[in-house]
Design a protein around this ligand. Structure first.
Ligand code: FES
Length: 179
């Protein structure tokens, strides 16, 4: 009887220990899994919640731009990461309409964000990815883009053309903050 009771106590202890270690192992696995996955999720979601800085950037002297011409201009992103290097550079299509009026179009297609190019002859913006086409004023002429090209604000200050940088719309659901 005594031996039987001892055996039962021993088995009970063993079961308790096993279930304790099983639970401990599950908890540790969960913690390790979270430590691996959470930084990745944070990295992916951070740009959605981060408010992008907006700044005026100088593009050049007014006289450097010919009236009626649409040219590619390069400038630095509104808030480049310290490690961004050359990827901090972005671009826009700038048109000098008259003496003091400029229009700056985003180079990013409103379908999936590919860079559009300006075709001087037919006066169209063409997207190389899926055949999106935009008229001279940025409105959609054909293809999959659902909306016109985005525009940046432009101003002339002290003889320089300045562009108001903003976050690049990565998809058709994101738009510039015009405030
Ligand atoms: S990204 Fe321009 S048409 Fe698809």
């Amino acid at each position: 009887m005594n031996k039987e009771s001892n055996d039962q106590t021993c088995c009970q202890d063993l079961d308790d220990r096993r279930s304790f270690y099983a639970r401990l192992s599950m908890i540790l696995s969960g913690v390790i899994g979270a430590l691996i996955v959470l930084p990745g999720i944070g990295f992916v979601l951070a740009p959605i919640f981060k408010k992008t800085e907006q700044k005026w950037r100088t593009l050049g002297k007014v006289d450097a731009f010919k009236e009626g011409a649409t040219v590619l201009v390069n400038f630095e992103d509104p808030s480049p990461e310290k490690w961004a290097g050359v990827t901090a550079k972005t671009a826009a299509w700038l048109r000098r309409v008259d003496d003091a009026k400029f229009i700056a179009f985003s180079i990013n297609c409103r379908h999936l964000g590919c860079p559009v190019r300006w075709e001087e002859g037919p006066e169209l913006f063409m997207c190389p990815c899926h055949g999106g086409v935009y008229y001279k004023d940025g409105t959609v002429a054909g293809g999959p883009p659902p909306e016109p090209l985005d525009r940046y604000q432009v101003r002339v200050r002290d003889g320089n053309v300045e562009i108001h940088t903003a976050a690049v719309p990565l998809t058709t659901t994101l738009t510039f903050d015009k405030s």
